[in-house]
Write a protein that binds this ligand. Structure first.
Ligand SMILES: [Zn+2]
Length: 279
């Protein structure tokens, strides 16, 4: 091997290493995991908590990590759809709302694409008590990709986010299969319907876990997932369960802003929230 080939070889290796290192730092930056990117907490409740005590839900979209561009569209749509149903939808990114008095005045709390470490230990405890004593939880999209140190929260959902479609397309169009169950979150939905989204894979399949009801699955045959691999066939993306006296609803759809203009997706989301809130 001559000197020139060796130099080119070293250059290629150096460039590859720089590229990989740069990508890793950029990914950490986006996820807010760099050492100087500390999560922000709200210790004092600045409120006000104006829940009427009627059909009131709290829409929480705090992020201490990746922030989805679809959040604003989601707030707008859930408020508009809620108004049609006679609900009071209060949107906040203030973790201070998670105190016993304020939580009690809402029938459900919606976690809309929340990310990172967003609640203090006291706020987490208040939320756990709220759910176990009859409160409702509705998680949307990255609500399964947050608070990894909060064990109870992982148990509430049954599993956690593993990874999502990335190659060849991060958000492909795929067919969703509506499970044959009687539930407000599936009422009126076609047996099969399509949408564009980032398809989440989960660490475990909740189908066989006691107490869980699967509402939607994504048909893996209808999109290509070269890397990372999908869930080998049975792929639930929305489910419910009861927890103590409370109810949980989770749906993985919602990465794309177009989700909140999709008639079927909105029917599913609003049906799920309404069920969690016992409306
Ligand atoms: Zn996403």
């Amino acid at each position: 091997m001559n000197h020139k080939v060796l130099t080119i070889g070293k250059g290629v290796i150096l460039m590859t290493l720089l590229l990989l290192g740069g990508s890793a730092v950029y990914a950490l930056y986006v996820l807010k995991r760099l050492p100087w990117q500390k999560p922000a907490f709200d210790h004092e409740f600045v409120g006000p908590c104006n829940a009427s005590g009627g059909k009131a839900v709290l829409l929480f979209s705090k992020t201490n990590g990746f922030r989805h561009k679809s959040i604003e569209k989601g707030i707008e749509a859930i408020k508009a759809e809620g108004q049609k149903l006679g609900w009071q939808v209060d949107a906040t990114e203030d973790g201070g709302y998670f105190n016993p008095t304020c939580l009690r005045s809402y029938k459900a709390v919606i976690f809309l694409s929340t990310t990172g470490d967003i609640l203090t230990d006291t706020q987490q405890k208040a939320f756990q008590n709220y759910i176990e004593n009859g409160g409702g939880y509705a998680g949307i999209h990255s609500a399964s990709d947050m608070e990894y140190d909060w064990d109870w929260y992982g148990q509430l959902l049954g599993t956690r986010f593993r990874d999502h479609t990335f190659l060849p397309n991060p958000a492909p169009v795929a067919t969703i299969v509506t499970e044959p169950v009687q539930h407000p979150a599936t009422a009126g939905l076609p047996a099969r319907w399509s949408k564009k989204d980032e398809w989440y894979n989960f660490k475990d399949n909740v189908r066989d876990m006691p107490g869980f009801t699967v509402l939607l699955t994504v048909d893996e045959q209808t999109y290509s997932a070269f890397w990372p691999k999908a869930m080998q066939g049975d792929h639930p993306i929305a489910w419910t369960r009861t927890v103590g006296k409370g109810r949980m609803f989770y749906t993985a759809i919602g990465h794309t802003a177009s989700t909140f203009e999709d008639k079927n997706a909105l029917m599913h989301i609003m049906g799920g929230i309404g069920w969690a809130a016992c409306f």
